[in-house]
Design a protein around this ligand. Structure first.
Ligand code: FAD
Length: 465
């Protein structure tokens, strides 16, 4: 009998445990349901919708190469899937486990809604190890990255990699599919995605091409990863987020590289697993500060309460803070939907500490603009920078954007993304003096020292209250 494959952020044919199991069990009906408008879900951001469109388009072509069709549906996922199961007489729906709270709920609801004779079969496919695998001696999940990562390494290697199904058969009659173009996932007027389209190649094949390139470069990762001016990170994050490639595939491909670079890269992949583990334990983590000692209502300057603060938030969003490294990052984000990790930290810290604006405004902006926007990774990293999360209290640790810019040699990066400053010499580019600053580039929105003192004072006042 037919096997339905419910695809979500696992848009690949190879190493897809749900698809693999389904294809072995019978003719398959792969389905993607667009359903992100309900309360309790995070609606996809603009950049995510753009990526998703292209990723589904390439996935449909990959199925096409096997003479198979991908079915697209829009609406209530549980009803649609249960209805498909009833109408096609499917004996199972296969899906890879997802851990966003709304996906966990949908998995539970679907189990109950399925017709008799149809089972929900959940598989593990998107992480090095299923979240919850690494636990402390007493069996509880880890909260802190370092012990988590040590425990995960002890449990490695990850599962074996699965091939793509050799043949894919489908039932003679397929349920109808929507037309992707009708979903309106792409921007129209204005089309803000032109630079994104030039920058990225999307889909499973593109992810593997990038991995081929990366296999020759991972050795330099240890030194290169902090330098935004050079292309020395993998840029696999959107491919990983959308599941065009799995971390297990990356791990097996690179494991024999016995370099420091590979070891550090492996730690970053573990960060991705870690973020998911945190989300599983604390489903509201991306929505509110974790630490009880942080009073969000007291600590932050709230943009809803004053137009000056709102203007500052917008200056940050559009890369007009007067801090070249921050502005370069925010403009890179807007242009290509991705920002270098070192600069993500600097830009996030600037919003939180220098502008003293609630991290959740930044998290939302990243959610809307990143092509790798990931509920767990974004929330965990924002709370990490804010010092409001499960880690030791880091709020008073304030990054100095100007010295970070010099230390990590960001001159080339600034020249690329802030063209007004392209002609400044290295001695001026990180922190342009009033004399050298071009008239179309803004003065600093706030001085570093003043901002630092304000943040520490606000923190003290919140604690003393
Ligand atoms: P590489 O350096 O090549 O790392 C390889 C992979 O490891 C990445 O593709 C990613 O999947 C994973 N990874 C690396 N660093 C982290 C990390 N700190 N946390 C979790 N996973 C990591 N990453 C996202 O995938 N989605 C997000 O929404 C996201 N939001 C972030 C927000 C802030 C404020 C910060 C500071 C970081 C955020 N990151 C996020 C983590 C990190 O910046 C990106 O994963 C990385 O820059 C992606 O580029 P890359 O693929 O070249 O990374």
């Amino acid at each position: 009998s037919p096997q339905i494959v419910w695809l979500r952020r696992d848009l690949r044919l190879a190493d897809n445990p749900a698809l693999y199991a389904a294809a072995q069990a019978g003719p398959i009906i792969p389905v993607f349901v667009l359903d992100d408008e309900r309360t309790g879900d995070r609606k996809y951001g603009g950049a995510s919708r753009w990526w998703l469109h292209h990723s589904l388009e390439t996935l449909a072509k990959s199925f096409g190469r096997h003479n198979a069709a991908l079915i697209l549906r829009r609406g209530d996922r549980v009803n649609i899937l249960a209805d498909l199961a009833a109408k096609t007489g499917a004996s199972a729906i296969h899906a890879n486990r997802h851990y966003e709270p709304w996906w966990r709920k949908a998995q539970g609801d679907l189990k109950k809604a399925l017709p008799d004779g149809c089972e929900l079969e959940l598989h593990d496919g998107n992480y090095l190890m299923p979240p919850g695998t690494a636990t402390t001696g007493s069996g509880t999940p880890y909260k802190i990255y370092t012990p988590f990562s040590r425990a995960l390494r002890d449990l490695m290697p990850p599962r074996d990699e699965l091939p793509a199904p050799e043949t894919i058969s489908q039932p003679g009659e397929l349920p109808p599919s929507d037309d992707l173009a009708d979903w309106g996932l792409l921007p129209t007027n204005p089309d803000w995605a032109t630079q994104m389209a030039q920058f990225w190649s999307i889909g499973e094949d593109a992810a593997h091409e990038r991995l081929d390139w990366w296999a020759d470069h991972v050795g330099e990762y240890d030194e290169g990863r902090n330098l935004p001016s050079v292309d020395q990170t993998s840029q696999m994050s959107p491919h990983l987020h959308w599941g065009e490639i799995s971390p297990v595939q990356i791990w097996h491909r690179l494991k024999d590289k016995r370099s420091d670079g590979w070891r550090t890269y492996e730690s970053e992949l573990i960060w991705r697993d870690y973020a998911q583990n945190i989300l599983c334990q604390f489903p509201r983590y991306p929505e509110e500060s974790y630490r009880d000692a942080i009073d969000d209502a007291k600590l932050w300057r709230n943009p809803n309460r004053g137009h000056v603060i709102q203007e500052e938030l917008e200056a940050w969003q559009h890369g007009r803070t007067g801090y070249p490294i921050v502005d370069a990052g925010m403009r890179q984000l807007w242009a290509i939907g991705w920002m270098h990790n070192r600069v993500r930290m600097i830009a996030a810290s600037f919003l939180i500490k220098h502008l003293l604006i609630d991290w959740r405004h930044g998290e939302r902006w990243f959610w809307d603009t990143l092509v790798d926007a990931d509920y767990a990774s974004n929330g965990v990293n924002w709370q990490w920078v804010a010092g409001t999360g499960v880690d030791s209290n880091m709020f008073p640790r304030i990054m100095a954007p100007l010295s970070q810019s010099e230390k990590f040699d960001a001159a080339g990066y600034i020249r690329e993304w802030v063209p007004e400053l392209a002609d400044l010499p290295d001695s001026e580019i990180h922190d342009p003096s009033d004399k050298c600053r071009p008239s179309d580039y803004p003065a600093k929105i706030i001085g570093h020292k003043e901002a630092r003192e304000r943040a520490l004072e606000a923190y003290r006042a919140m604690k003393d209250d």
